[in-house]
Design a protein around this ligand. Structure first.
Ligand code: GLY
Length: 393
């Protein structure tokens, strides 16, 4: 039985309480909108697994130049964003301006890194080529065989678990309401999104609905088939180790490498946590931690930093990246009035949290996305409107 709660609805219903949903809710509430978040466990999601690298430069991939602009804009926003969030929530986010060192273990890796360096230079990005000896001078725990590396002083880190907790508190303090249940079905009335049927049986009314459910975004019932977001889960297994005080500083900055074609990174936190990631697996909704995944990560990390085998292994976990066909997020209005998306952030959800919050608050209050976010509208994946379709001769 459905219980109508239309009278107690919101201006905005955000479906999904991960960092993207929470930042959208917080920023919209700051602009004076009445906001509700529907999520059985807000503050959870992929950010509970993510390492939190803010790696706009070292995670640059061929073909992602358009995304690079958004990534850089968000990286530049981070210091003021965390300052405001920490003030609003009274919580530390673990933001650390430590920089990153990307290293090569053999001549193939070195050739790959040289290519990346050239791409970075062509893209106007700052990175410095170092010899193996210079890399080890910066990070003495690196293997003696390291053949060279790139020092990127602008790629920092944040602790995604603390970020999520801070956003949750900031939302609560800004008056965001929470419905700790799932959103089962989008409600469409009179040709526009009008809320959702929630898992507790209530019909929740809202003027605007933001679908921010990460890799689950395509699973909401009631979406018009042509507007189902093309977002798929990409599994990442991640390890957490602890650096005993006597070993500190084990690493002083994020260290990453491409080993046997896989991306490996070690992210050292100030509290002694060392995050090692990550596999990238197309396995559907599977979040099993496998012996093979743990073995590969430890084997590759050991090649890079042999001393890692001395550290206590404290956690193994797998999460699901919400990947879109072009690896970039889907931000803003859809062809269904009242329905907006904030999803598909793939490898960059934590990095893109600040600009996503800004962009979604803009579009929710003015109907317009800021210029930086306009290339990322969901319309790039929607079928052409009938009037624009090619007509038969
Ligand atoms: N951004 C790191 C990852 O997706 O593994």
């Amino acid at each position: 039985m459905c219980v109508s709660e239309r009278s107690s609805g919101s201006d905005v219903l955000v479906i999904g309480g991960g960092v993207i949903g929470l930042v959208t809710a917080w920023r919209a509430a700051q602009r004076g909108l009445r906001v509700t978040v529907a999520d059985p466990a807000p503050g959870g999601g992929a950010a509970q697994v993510a390492a939190g690298m803010l790696a706009a430069v070292t995670e640059l991939h061929y073909g992602e130049q358009m995304l690079l602009g958004l990534n850089l804009a968000s990286a530049a926003r981070y210091p003021s964003f965390v300052a405001e969030l920490e003030e609003a929530s009274g919580r530390d986010t673990g933001f650390r301006t430590c920089g990153t060192l990307a290293v090569a273990l053999d001549s193939d890796d070195r050739a790959h890194l040289r290519e990346l360096h050239a791409l970075q230079e062509r893209s106007g990005l700052e990175s410095v080529w170092l010899s193996g000896r210079e890399c080890r001078r910066l990070e003495p725990m690196l293997a003696p065989g390291v053949r060279g590396g790139l020092r990127v002083d602008g790629d920092h880190q944040v602790d995604p678990r603390r970020l999520a907790a801070a956003l949750l508190t900031a939302c609560e303090r800004a008056g965001v309401a929470f419905r700790r249940t799932t959103a089962e079905r989008l409600t469409v009335t009179g040709g526009r999104a009008a809320g959702a049927l929630l898992g507790d049986g209530t019909e929740f009314a809202a003027d605007q609905v933001v679908l921010a459910a990460g890799s689950l975004s395509g699973r909401l019932a009631g979406l018009p088939p042509e507007l189902v977001p093309p977002v798929r889960p990409v599994k990442g297994q991640v390890l957490r180790l602890t650096v005993p005080r006597a070993y500190a500083p084990f690493l002083s900055r994020t260290v990453r490498a491409v080993v046997r074609g896989g991306h490996l990174y070690l992210v050292p936190r100030e509290n002694g946590e060392l995050v090692v990631g990550a596999t990238s697996e197309e396995m559907g909704w599977d979040t099993t931690v496998t012996a093979g995944g743990v073995y590969e990560l430890l084997r590759d990390a050991h090649e890079l930093v042999p001393g890692i085998t001395e550290l206590p292994l404290t956690e193994t976990r797998a999460g699901l990246r919400p990947a879109s066909p072009d690896n970039a997020p889907l931000l803003g209005p859809t062809a269904l009035p009242g329905l907006l998306l904030a999803t598909g952030h793939h490898r960059n959800g934590v990095l893109l949290t600040p600009v996503t919050g800004d962009a979604m608050a803009d579009v929710l209050t003015t109907g317009e996305l800021p210029a930086t976010a306009r290339p990322f509208t969901p319309g790039r994946f929607e079928p052409a409107a009938p009037a624009l379709q090619e007509q038969p001769a």
